[in-house]
Design a protein around this ligand. Structure first.
Ligand SMILES: *Cc1c(COP(=O)(O)O)cnc(C)c1O
Length: 373
C-alpha cells in the first residue's frame, strides 16, 4: 500500500525553496571549521549590557512561566522612551516577525509592495509568503533611490513601500527632510514601512521626528543591533493605536519570550552601555574606512554597525568572501547588482578589527589575482 504525498497550498508550493540567509552555523557545518571572526550578520560583537545579561539569567529561572502577553513593564518603558501611549506599540520576535505582521495586515494577495533591488530580504520573503507582488527599484549611487521608489509606488498602485533607514546593505542614511518628502511623494493610501534597525547609530538630531498620529507610516525598531540581543529575538513597531490594534488580532499572543522581555527592559535602562556601544561602533567605522582607503577597497559612508566596501567587481567581491571564509572569517556580500561588487563587514571589537585588518592586508594581493582571472 502506498500513499500519495499531501501537497501544501498552491501558494506555498509555488514559493522558492531558498531561505533569506545562510547562517554562519550552516557554513561551519559545511566546512567543518569554526569562524574565528564572526563579522557577517551585523550582530553586536560588544554583546548586551551586563545588566541585561543579569536580568536574562534571572529570568531563565522563571522560564516555566509564559511571558506576560501584554509586555506590560517593557511596554511602559518603551512608551516613556518615545513619548507615546502604550497602545501605540506592538512587540514582535524581532523586526523580521513584525515585517510579516505588517504584510499580512496590509497587503492582500496580488497587491504590490515596493522595495529596493537587493534591500533587506526578509520583507520580500513575507510578501511572497502572503501572496503579494514585489516591485524592486535598483539602488542608485549606492543608496535607495527615493524618487524612483515613489514613482514605482504610483505606477503599480503599491499598498506598502519598504525602506530601511539607515540602510542595509549599503549603510546609507537619509535625514528627516528627505524621509518626510518621500512620504509626501507616495500615493494616497500607501503605507511607508520604515525599518529602523540601525537607528541608534544615526545622528539623533537628523532622525525623522516621531509623529504617532500619522497613519501613513509605521516604524520598526529592534534590540538586535545596538542593544546586542539578536539571539533573544525582540523588537517593536510604533504607529497609531488603530493600526497597532490590527496587529493585535493576528500576532502570536505568547510569541515573545519572558527572557527577552526582561533582558530588553534592563537593556533600555542601561543607557550608558548603549552610548558606549554607539561610540565604539563609530570608532570601528572609522577604522574600517581608513583600512579600506589604505587597501583600495573604497568604503561607502556608513550610519550603521557595518561598513560596505567597493571591491571593484562582483568576481573580486565573491573571491574575497570565499578567501576570508578559508581564513575562518565570516562576512557577507550583497547579492544584487550594482552592489554585488561590494563586501559587507560588521564592526567588531578593537581587537577583532585589528585581526581582520591583518588578515585582509596579508591576503588581498592574492585575491586581486583570483578576481581578475
Ligand atoms: C538586522 C536587520 C533586521 C533584523 O532585525 P531583527 O529584529 O533581528 O529581526 C531588520 N532589518 C534590517 C535592515 C536589518 O539589517
Amino acid at each position: 500500500m502506498s500513499y500519495h504525498p499531501i501537497p501544501p497550498t498552491p501558494l506555498v508550493a509555488g514559493l522558492p525553496a531558498t531561505v533569506p540567509f545562510v547562517a554562519p552555523e550552516a557554513l561551519q557545518r559545511q566546512s567543518g571549521r569554526t569562524f574565528r571572526l564572526r563579522l557577517g550578520a551585523n550582530e553586536s560583537n560588544f554583546g548586551p549590557s551586563p545588566h541585561a545579561i543579569e536580568a536574562m539569567r534571572e529570568a531563565a529561572g522563571r522560564v516555566n512561566w509564559y511571558c506576560d502577553p501584554e509586555s506590560y513593564e517593557l511596554r511602559a518603558a518603551v512608551a516613556a522612551l518615545h513619548g507615546v501611549a502604550t497602545d501605540e506599540i506592538i512587540f514582535g520576535s524581532g523586526i523580521d516577525d513584525l515585517l510579516g505582521l505588517v504584510v499580512r495586515a496590509y497587503l492582500s494577495p496580488g497587491e504590490v509592495a515596493v522595495t529596493s533591488l537587493g534591500a533587506y530580504p526578509t520583507f520580500n520573503y513575507h510578501v511572497a509568503g502572503y501572496g503579494g507582488r514585489l516591485e524592486r527599484v535598483p539602488y542608485r549611487d549606492d543608496r535607495n533611490d527615493l524618487e524612483a521608489m515613489a514613482a514605482a509606488a504610483h505606477q503599480h498602485h503599491a499598498r506598502i513601500v519598504y525602506l530601511a533607514n539607515p540602510d542595509n546593505p549599503t549603510g546609507s542614511w537619509y535625514p528627516a527632510e528627505a524621509i518626510s518628502a518621500f512620504q509626501d511623494a507616495l500615493p494616497e493610501g500607501c503605507l511607508l514601512m520604515l525599518d529602523e534597525a540601525y537607528i541608534e547609530f544615526a545622528p539623533a538630531d537628523e532622525v525623522l521626528p516621531l509623529d504617532i498620529s500619522d497613519p501613513r507610516i509605521i516604524r520598526l525598531r529592534t534590540f538586535s543591533k545596538a542593544y546586542g540581543m539578536a539571539g533573544a529575538r525582540i523588537g517593536y513597531a510604533l504607529g497609531p493605536a488603530e493600526m497597532m490594534s490590527a496587529f493585535d488580532r493576528i500576532t502570536l499572543h505568547f510569541g515573545i519570550n519572558r527572557v527577552a522581555q526582561e533582558g530588553a527592559l534592563a537593556a533600555l535602562a542601561d543607557t550608558a552601555y548603549l552610548d558606549h556601544v554607539v561610540t565604539e561602533v563609530a570608532r570601528g567605522c572609522e577604522d574600517y574606512t581608513a583600512l579600506g582607503r589604505e587597501l583600495g577597497l573604497m568604503p561607502l559612508p556608513s550610519h550603521t554597525n557595518f561598513v560596505t566596501f567597493d571591491t571593484g567587481s562582483p568576481a573580486r567581491a565573491k573571491a574575497l568572501v570565499a578567501e576570508l571564509a578559508q581564513r575562518d572569517v565570516f562576512i557577507r556580500m550583497p547579492g544584487a547588482p550594482p552592489l554585488d561588487r561590494c563586501i559587507r563587514v560588521t564592526v567588531g571589537t578593537a581587537e577583532e578589527r585589528a585581526t581582520f585588518a591583518d588578515i585582509l592586508r596579508a591576503m588581498l594581493p592574492t585575491v586581486a589575482d583570483t578576481g581578475n582571472r
